[in-house]
Design a protein around this ligand. Structure first.
Ligand code: KIV
Length: 258
């Protein structure tokens, strides 16, 4: 097993796992110093391309962004999201996972779904592809507005079974997206692999956020997002300073000229 994955597994019940997204080298480089996992999420479809659904994201797009992120990631585990319709059956999933890992040199793939994808996950793991699962709100298969999961007993039982099936299939961890605190606690306590929450409470073994959201570059009003910074303000200030320097003929100076 990959040493980085071993280290992540050892963190369960000991210290929190930090996961963040990166879609390119410069952000990946910053995040890499502080995260255990860097995820090239298909959220890039909405964050960078303004798509109304992640279903429009292609494998080629994911591969190009992961190649860029790879240049910035030295120590964290680099995970690529397999986009919609790229893992509909075992052979398609294996072919696309192998291609993704070969072309990007990433460490693992992430797939959405629980019980529904358990045979696919088993097949990937059998073929030495490390897999991160993703249950709860799964944007690739959610139509319409996202609604948190696990409110009633039927949903709770399903989420628990999804998580247990993913563990049994050999996934090394599971992203829990937008699920109620009590069931995220129950899942986290009932499996031996780490849970990584996004909108799934502090009860998870780790947390993940979209970096563009937390630095205030991407505007979003999801309840689970906290803005930890306002990078837009800094960019704006630099752009205004540049504009003024150009207009006042202060830039480029002799120092910046040949
Ligand atoms: O696509 C993504 O960025 C994700 C995370 C939000 C978990 O799946």
């Amino acid at each position: 097993m990959n040493n980085k994955i071993k280290k992540i597994l050892k963190k369960k019940n000991k210290s929190k796992i930090v996961c963040l997204t990166a879609y390119s080298k410069n952000i990946a480089e910053i995040v890499d110093d502080h995260a255990d996992i860097v995820l090239v999420g298909d959220s890039l479809g909405s964050v960078l391309y303004n798509y109304d659904t992640t279903r429009k994201v292609s494998l080629n797009m994911m591969i190009e962004h992961t190649k860029s992120a790879r240049m910035g990631v030295k120590k964290s585990l680099l995970v690529i999201d397999l986009p919609y319709n790229t893992y509909r059956n075992k052979s398609e999933a294996l072919k696309n996972s192998k291609r993704s890992i070969k072309e990007t040199k990433c460490d693992a793939v992430k797939v959405e779904g629980g019980t529904r994808v358990k045979e696919i996950v088993k097949h990937l793991v059998k073929n030495r592809i490390p897999v991160l699962g993703h249950i709860g709100v799964t944007p690739q298969t959610t139509k319409g507005k996202f609604r948190s999961k696990g409110k009633n007993e039927v949903e709770k039982r399903k989420l628990l079974k999804d998580a247990q099936d993913l563990e049994q299939s050999g996934a090394f961890g599971i992203v829990l997206e937008c699920i109620y605190s009590d069931i995220s606690k129950q899942i986290t306590n009932s499996i031996n692999i780490p849970t990584i929450g996004i909108g799934a409470s502090v009860n998870c073994d780790g947390q993940v956020l979209v970096t563009d959201d937390l630095i205030g570059l991407n505007e979003t009003n999801f309840r689970f997002v906290k803005k930890f910074g306002n990078i837009k303000k800094y960019i704006k200030n630099a752009v205004i300073k540049y504009k003024n320097s150009v207009k006042q003929r202060k830039f480029p100076s002799k120092k910046n000229s040949y």
